[in-house]
Design a binder for this molecule. Structure first.
Ligand code: GLC
Length: 458
């Protein structure tokens, strides 16, 4: 009688210890496969510089290094512009006023959710949807349909520009697939749609990427800003380059010395993927492309977490096997939910698992930290790569304008970026200031249009 319970207890302890050891091993494996060390970061910077060099020279590279046909503003640009912003699940139409003293104001805005069938249907239907958005905006805000307005088009996808308002979509990203658009000039498609909708008073005078808009918005009142970064649904960056360092761009004699270059860094492919990254990539509509984006951006971090959760359930380290079905639907774990978990909210309760154990809840938080930490470290390293490309000796201060929900809202994301910058650059990291630049894709587009038109006050 006395012996029996002791044996039971021994068994129980033995089983617990065994389970625990296995669990510990699984967690350290997970930490290992998602680690991104300083030495990984240094290697990434070297590869990044090589790819930047090739991209700027017009040679094969995963970094497209697209000249944007615009330089940074002086702050004196002024005027009223409309902006049309397409880059994720929402379409926005905005009216922006630039005061010519570095100040910008959004005086009206309309927002439309882009229905899934429009994202995946014909290009004509997509551009009709954009033109309808413009028309609804003009009507709602009482615009005179006979008076002319300049419109800047923020189209946040890889576009090979050949002028400030001419650009060919190279390939869709972020889950868009509308057919008949790749290989076409998106400004021409927009103009045709405006004609179809009988809108005659709009001139599309500029085309911009959201990164360019972000850089322009901050540099409108801060001359030290020379880089724009998006850390949102997608990820990308642009920076201000000396014209003589863009061999593929033939310099014209218009006195310009610099040009904004869009890296399209989401497509960088020299960063090592783990098994979860590969599984995620294989199931996407653009497998093999946008590899860095799939490790860093908001569209994918939740999905990576879902794959990890399934694996941890299968390995007996999280929840119970009967809970597996809850996580089987692709993209059911959003990055927003992950962000809530990172902030300490009960993420599992959102999946109907109110009675999960403390261990399970802690595990969810830990997965969120592991995945977002790697994302932030890769993003921070890429920022360091661009800054050191511009200014290897840190001779000047660099303000980096950053927009996007990961940077703004994901707990710890910004701090993790600052950590890797510090680890990589030591004291020189102080020469880099990361500044939030909200609404870059709206205000910045207007500034691009103003720079292009040469409209400035005195
Ligand atoms: C994707 C697009 C890129 C955009 C980024 C952020 O990477 O290809 O053009 O800047 O998302 O929206």
């Amino acid at each position: 009688m006395v012996v029996y319970p002791i044996i039971t207890t021994r068994h129980a302890i033995g089983h617990f210890m065994q389970g625990n050891a296995q669990t510990i091993e699984q967690w350290s494996r997970l930490e290992r496969v998602f680690s991104f060390s300083v030495s990984d970061a240094r290697k990434l910077i070297t590869c990044f510089h090589e790819e930047m060099k090739c991209g700027l020279a017009g040679q094969a590279s995963s970094l497209k290094m697209i000249p944007c046909y615009v330089r940074r503003p002086t702050g004196l640009e002024c005027g009223s512009y409309l902006a049309l912003d397409l880059g994720g699940t929402n379409l926005r139409v905005l009216a922006v006023e630039l005061d010519g003293r570095g100040g910008a104001n959004i005086s009206a805005v309309s927002r439309f959710v882009i229905p899934e069938p429009v994202m995946h249907g014909s290009g004509e239907a997509l551009f009709d949807f954009l033109a309808d958005g413009v028309l609804l905006f003009l009507e709602k805000h009482g615009y005179n349909l006979r008076q002319n307005h300049d419109l800047a088009f923020t189209f946040s996808f890889p576009v090979e520009q050949s002028a400030i308002n001419v650009g060919i979509l190279l390939n869709w990203t972020k889950g868009f697939t509308a057919f008949g658009v790749e290989g076409k000039d998106v400004v021409a498609l927009l103009r045709e749609a405006l004609v179809r909708k009988n809108i005659k008073n709009i001139s599309v005078t500029a085309l911009a990427n959201d990164t360019t808009g972000t850089l322009m918005t901050k540099s409108y009142d801060d001359a030290s800003c020379d880089m724009g970064v998006i850390l949102g649904t997608g990820t990308n960056a642009c920076y201000s380059e000396n014209l003589h360092r863009i061999p593929k761009y033939s310099v014209s004699d218009d006195g310009e010395r610099e040009m904004v270059v869009n890296l399209e860094w989401g497509n960088f492919d020299k960063v090592e993927m783990n098994g979860y990254d590969q599984e995620l990539d294989r199931a996407t509509r653009n497998a093999g492309l946008q590899r860095m984006e799939k490790m860093v951006s908001g569209m994918y971090l939740g999905e990576l977490a879902r794959l990890v959760i399934l694996d941890m359930i299968d390995n007996g380290c999280l929840l119970q096997k009967k809970h597996r079905y809850i996580f089987e639907r692709e993209y059911s774990v959003t990055t927003e939910l992950l962000s809530q978990a990172a902030g300490g909210e009960d993420f599992l309760a959102g999946f109907g698992l109110e009675n999960a154990t403390d261990h399970d809840r802690e595990a969810a938080v830990r997965i969120s930290h592991i995945i977002s930490r790697r994302a932030a470290r890769i993003a921070g390293t890429a920022i360091a790569a661009v800054v050191t490309w511009m200014d290897a000796g840190f001779e000047r201060h660099h303000t980096v304008a950053v927009d996007g929900s990961l940077f703004e809202k994901f707990p710890g994301f910004r701090t993790n970026i600052l950590h890797i910058l510090q680890e990589l650059l030591g004291d020189s990291a102080e020469k880099i200031a990361l500044c939030p630049a909200a609404d870059g894709s709206g205000i910045g587009a207007a500034i691009v249009a103003a720079v292009a038109s040469g409209r400035s006050g005195s």
